[in-house]
Design a protein around this ligand. Structure first.
Ligand SMILES: C[S@@+](CC[C@H](N)C(=O)[O-])C[C@H]1O[C@@H](n2cnc3c(N)ncnc32)[C@H](O)[C@@H]1O
Length: 507
């Protein structure tokens, strides 16, 4: 039982695949793990031409079944290796829009989970690229903290000067910044001054040529367009991807491919000409109220007008009807009133509206300052909140804390909180997200231990996780392999399972 890499669809890829694949030490590949006949990501450690086998190092450090025959090794697919610039341009177009500046649109219809394109970074600015410069900035930051709260943006700007040619610097200078004419601020001036005498990788000539305004522009370009590196303390900048606008209901999702490549996939069915959007917020923030999302997006200095932010009623802020105690009331976006109760038809008078909104504000602050380790306190706040709220994002936040707090020692309670997390996610934002997929997978894990006889239920949880992850990061990604292998185990009733090899990615 194996899963194949997706078929490649481009002329370039077909041409590259001429004749038999030659493996070499260090190649990143998928290879068949004989423990369960599933493919896993690994690195080739030894090539044995004589008996046509390779020895691999599994990514999860498992030491079994490391010798694999040539015909059971697959090269990384189209899904993970960066596409050429021309191929990306055939797939996606940048267009100026009235409200959001330059945005990205697809030139072809896409299925959910289809790779839209895979882009290599323009620059990966990690401390190892210029360790002396990194250290110098850290010292300055230690002596007097930089206003951005980190050295990474200034560091990335200086690494750009250090490593890129004029054309690539021009690409970075063309990135969105709120004020292209911004004067150098005190941090930029201070850093430029310090670099005059500090020993670092930048040559004296490079430093003297860099004026304050240009440096400021580069810092801001990194600040508004880069991504935090997924493993190390550094930043990554992509050219095409930085044209993608934000949406709280994004049409696309993404994961990392080979060598920090950005793999953009459609999260839903797309027609030719549809906009390609991603979320600038983390999955968990997409489950917070419109007001909270809008406030977080001020980081990028815009007010989101996406379909979710434009709804008249925020159904992630439900309160229990004070009259019948059965219906749920949702506030209007203006905050001035609530919808009518759908059970008793009543509407709270204005003094009650003010009181409810005030109470909500107090709870939001309380939940913000909860100590996740003090489960007893969280439990108390949760219980009191249940009396007032229903389908409210603060309950979701507490369900998450309680799920995590209870999962080791009190699985039955933990499962109930996990079920509630799933219910809220489906109620408020029913699209595939990593959170929702891992909720299902983790619930499946618990079911296997607590109710092993309820096979249909376990299968359903793993199936949902698998199907969602296949959309989010592809069927060959190791995240997807995890519920897939567990499904295989449950379906075949084996205990010698891949589930011990693949761990729950979200855990
Ligand atoms: C990474 S850049 C995206 C490319 C940018 N539109 C351009 O013209 O180069 C981020 C900036 O795009 C704009 N933007 C992105 N998403 C938006 C949205 N949903 N609504 C309004 N502006 C948005 C904001 O100015 C934001 O700071």
């Amino acid at each position: 039982m194996t899963r194949q890499c997706d078929q490649t669809d481009s002329k370039e890829e077909v041409e590259a695949d001429d004749g038999e694949q030659k493996w070499k030490v260090g190649d990143r590949v998928y290879a068949l793990w004989a423990g369960n006949s599933c493919y896993y990501v690994c690195t080739i450690a030894e090539v044995r031409e004589k008996d046509r086998k390779v020895v691999v190092t599994w990514d999860d450090a498992d030491t079994s079944h490391r010798t694999v025959s040539f015909d059971q090794v697959m090269r990384p697919s189209d899904e993970t290796t960066a596409w050429s610039k021309s191929r990306i341009e055939r797939r996606a177009t940048v267009r100026q829009t009235e409200q959001k500046g330059r945005c990205l649109f697809t030139n072809e219809a896409c299925e959910p989970g289809q790779v839209v394109f895979v882009e290599r970074p323009l620059l990966v600015a990690l401390p190892a690229v210029a360790p002396k410069l990194w250290e110098c900035l850290q010292k300055l930051h230690g002596a007097q903290p930089l206003n951005l709260g980190t050295v990474t943006f200034h560091f990335a700007a200086l690494v750009s000067v250090l490593t890129l040619d004029a054309a690539d610097i021009g690409v970075i200078r063309d990135k969105y910044v709120p004020d292209p004419d911004e004067e150098p601020n005190e941090d930029v001036t201070r850093i430029l001054q310090a670099l005059q005498d500090a020993p670092c990788e930048l040559a004296k000539e490079q430093i003297s040529k860099l004026d304050g305004k240009s440096f400021q522009r580069l810092v801001s370009a990194w600040r508004y367009n880069s991504f935090g590196h997924h493993k190390e303390d550094g930043l990554v900048l992509y050219n095409r991807i930085s044209m993608c606008a934000h949406s709280c209901d994004p049409t696309c999702c993404w994961s990392y491919g080979d060598e920090d490549a950005f793999v953009l996939r459609s999260r839903m069915a797309l027609d030719k000409g549809d906009e390609l959007t991603i979320s600038y917020l983390q999955d968990e923030d997409l489950l917070k109220s419109t007001a909270v999302r809008q406030q977080k997006l001020q980081n990028w200095k815009f007010t989101c007008m996406c379909p979710r932010c434009s709804l008249k009623v925020d159904v992630g802020r439900g309160v229990r009807c004070q009259r019948c105690r059965v219906g749920i009331l949702y506030p209007q976006a203006t905050n001035a009133s609530f919808e009518l109760c759908r059970v008793c038809g009543s509407c709270p008078p204005s003094e009650d509206v003010a009181m409810l909104l005030h109470m909500e504000e107090e709870y939001v602050q309380r939940v913000d300052t909860l100590d996740k380790k003090d489960l007893e306190d969280v439990q108390q706040v949760y219980q009191a909140a249940l009396d007032i709220f229903e389908n409210h994002w603060i309950l979701y936040v507490m369900d998450t804390i309680l799920w995590e707090g209870h999962r080791q020692k009190n699985v039955m309670d933990a499962m109930e909180h996990q079920r509630r997390r799933i219910d809220f996610h489906q109620h408020y934002y029913f699209r595939p997200t990593f959170i929702l997929a891992w909720c299902h997978e983790e619930l499946g894990d618990c079911m296997m231990v607590q109710f092993p006889a309820r096979k249909w239920h376990i299968v359903q949880e793993f199936q949902r996780a698998y199907q969602m992850l296949a959309v989010l990061c592809g069927s060959t990604h190791q995240y997807t392999a995890s519920p897939y292998n567990k499904l295989w185990q449950v379906s075949n009733g084996t205990s010698n399972s891949a589930a011990t090899n693949g761990t729950t990615a979200g855990g």
